[in-house]
Design a protein around this ligand. Structure first.
Ligand code: SAM
Length: 248
């Protein structure tokens, strides 16, 4: 098995997040119709998909949970069945780079911890086509939380992802034709409880198995480094939820 999937297999979620923050972001969508059609992009194992389905009272709403990793879709289907939410949740294999839906198909697009894959600016621009007039886009994205970010943290992220200041992302949102509804920072615990802590436990359990495999050891080491970086600099960067709406 690919070492990456061995580290990530069966985690509660695949990125920072927590159910309370999902509910908080959802609470800002005041004009969502009862029969809302929601696209959850990069759903992973579906923690946010299930939480959305539980908190959307109307049984006529539909969440399309999309991912390009088939095993995650199977997990989401199983969880939905177990929680009696299959009527509301439909899984869909596909890529966020080439969404196969008609323009203006959705009342809301939701992407927790996944827009970084296509890039924040490109994602909010391209996905807008699939939103109805007045439709919502809700994304969470790693962002700098302070201006005086230490060099070590800047250098670490410079090789991985172009992390932006919150005001820069808000600027891109406005420029792309959205109204900003709200933004808020996720608590640092939402990186740990369902994401970094289970990964650290996994790393510990895989260390001995791969002691003689340099390539695998590099992956384990890099993953641990990312966690160490967050433990040291979580005051300076975090995940931020951005809630926006297509301007009428
Ligand atoms: N939203 C989930 C969560 O918060 O637990 C998962 C976030 S994880 C960081 C990113 C997800 O995007 C993974 O499930 C991955 O399989 C999926 N993904 C990666 N590339 C993709 C693509 N091109 N199209 C759709 N999904 C993709």
């Amino acid at each position: 098995m690919d070492i990456f999937y061995e580290i990530h297999k069966d985690l509660p979620r695949e990125g920072p997040g927590d159910n309370a923050s999902t509910r908080k972001a959802l609470s800002y969508l005041k004009n969502l119709p009862k029969d809302a059609k929601i696209l959850d992009i990069g759903c992973g194992p579906g923690m946010q998909t299930l939480e959305l389905a539980k908190n959307l009272e109307s049984t006529s709403c539909k969440i399309i949970a999309l991912d390009n990793h088939e095993p995650f879709l199977k997990v989401v289907d199983e969880k939905a069945k177990k929680e009696n939410l299959s009527e509301k949740i439909q899984t869909h294999y596909g890529s966020m780079f080439s969404l196969e839906f008609e323009d203006e198909s959705f009342d809301c697009i939701w992407a927790e911890g996944s827009i970084y894959i296509i890039g924040f600016k490109r994602g909010i621009k391209e996905w807008k086509n699939f939103l109805k007039e007045g439709g919502y886009l809700v994304v969470s994205e790693i962002s700098w939380l302070k201006f005086d970010v230490p060099e070590e943290a800047k250098e670490f992220w410079s090789t991985k992802y172009p992390v932006k200041q919150i005001y820069e992302n808000l600027h891109d949102i406005k420029e792309s034709g959205y109204e900003i509804i709200e933004h808020f920072t996720l608590p640092s615990e939402s990186w740990r409880t369902d994401y970094y802590t289970p990964i650290e436990n996994r790393i510990t359990s895989l260390w001995d198995k791969y002691i003689n495999d340099q390539e695998a050891m590099n992956v384990l080491y890099d993953t641990q480094q990312e966690i160490n970086m967050f433990n040291k600099y979580s005051d300076y960067y975090g995940y931020v939820f951005y809630v926006m709406r297509v301007k009428n």
